[in-house]
Design a protein around this ligand. Sequence first.
Ligand SMILES: *Cc1c(COP(=O)(O)O)cnc(C)c1O
Ligand code: SF4
Length: 464
Amino acid sequence: MTLTETKVKRDSMEKQSSSPLTKYTEFRHYTPKSLEEIPQVKKLDPEQRFEMKVVSRVLPFKVNQYVLNELIDWDNIPADPIFQLTFPQKGMLKDADFNAVADMLRNNAPSEELKKKVHEIRYTLNPHPADQMQLNVPKVNGERLPGVQHKYKETALFFPTSGQTCHAYCTFCFRWAQFVGINELKFASKEASQLVEYLRQHKEVSDILFTGGDPMVMKTRVFNRYLEPFLQSDLDHVQTIRIGTKAVAYWPQRFVTDSDADEFLRTIEKLVSNGKHVAIMGHYNHWVELETPIAREAIRRIRDTGAQIRTQSPLIRHINDDPEVWETMWRNQVRYGLIPYYMFVERDTGARNYFEVPLVEAWDIFRKAWMKVSGLGRTVRGPSMSASPGKVEVQGVTEVRGEKVIVLRFIQGRNPDWVERPFFAKYDQKASWLDQLQPAFNENKFFYEEEFEQVQAKAMAKAG
Ligand SMILES: *Cc1c(COP(=O)(O)O)cnc(C)c1O
Ligand code: SF4
C-alpha cells in the first residue's frame, strides 16, 4: 500500500470513533507536578504515592495517557515492567538521599534548600558517563559544535536543540541530565546549517544519527529543516540517515494520527527515493510495546516508506532481565519486519544500583534468548557497553589454560584497529561495567589501554 492509500484507509478508520488507532489523538502528558492527578495513581496507597513524589524530585518523570492506559498493567503494580520503566521507585535513590528529600518535603522545607539538595544528589549520579562532554565534541571552522558528537569515523551523532525531550521518560535513562535542567551539561545545537557545514568537511561520515532526547518530539516542519539538506548532492557521502527514537513505543501516534505524521513519512519517502538508506533506530524495552494496534500500524507505515526499523534496548533489572522477554521481543520484531540490532548494558549513571545487571548475568540472558531465535533474529549484538574506549561486547565466559575468563571484543573502538580482537578479563561475577574488570592472566593492562590513555590526553588538550 502506498502512503496515499494508507491515508485513505486511515481517514475511513477515523470515522469509526472507537478505533484503537484514533483513541489518543491529543497528546497529554504528566510531570512531577501533575503526578498525583493521574487517575491510576490516585488509587495507589498514600505511602507509595509519597515515595514516587520524592524520587521524581531528583530523577526525570514524564508519562502520557497512551503509556498509562495501554502499556501498563495496573493490576500488576509495582512489578509491571512498563510501570518500572516510567514511574519513579524508592529503590532508585540511596536511602540517605531518599530520606533527606523525604524529610524536606514532609517539613515543607524552603524551595531553595530543596533545590540545592536535589542538585547535590544529581551531581553524585554521574550525569555524563564515558566522557561524552570532553572527548567527542567536534569543531567547525574553529567553533565548537555542542550538538554534534563524532567518536567513530563513519558515524556522527546529532542532537537537535528541539529534540531534547521525549514523549515519556525512562527511569533508567542516561540522558537524564539533559532533562532535569542542568544547563551547563546540556548538549544543544544552534543550527542545522552548522551540521551541514561540518558534514561537508567530513567526507568520511557515511552515517548521520539523529538522537536526543527523542528527535521525533519535533514537529515535522522543524525536523524537515534538518532532514532536507540530505537531499542535496553536497551531502552525497552521507548514505544512511538514522533516527533514534522511542516514539515507536511511547507515542506511535507520531507516525499514524498526529496531524503531521503523513508529512514526516513523505520526507522519509523522499530521502529513500533519493538513494538514502533511512533507518529508524527503534527503542523497544519490552515486547508489550510492540503489541498494541497503533504500535503495529506505526511499524507498517514506516516500513511502507522504504525505511528500515532496527531495534535496540538496554538490559535492565526489573524491566527486561529475563531471557523469555528478549526471546519474545526479538521473535516478534522479526515477524513484524524489524531488525534486532543491539542489546546494551545499562550505563554507569543515574539510578544505576537499581537497574544494573552484572556482565556475566547479562551474557547469560543474551545467550539464552539468542539460542531460541532463528538466524534472522541473530542480527542482534550484545550485551554491549558503550564505554569511553569504544563499544565493548561481552562474548562469553570460558576457561583458558585453567583460568576462568570473560571474553570481550570491541564492536567499535576509538581506534578502529581495536575491533574484532578478542581479549580476556578475569572472571568476575559481580562486575557490571568495563572499568570493574581486570585483565586475565595477571597482565597489567588490557591491550588498548596505553594507547587509549594517549588518545584521551590528546583529545583533552585539543578540547581545551
Ligand atoms: C553506538 C555509537 C555509534 C554508532 O555505532 P554503530 O555500531 O555504527 O551503530 C556512533 N557513535 C557513538 C558515540 C556511539 O556510541
Ligand atoms: S526515550 Fe530515550 S532519551 Fe528519552 S528517556 Fe527514554 S531512553 Fe532516555
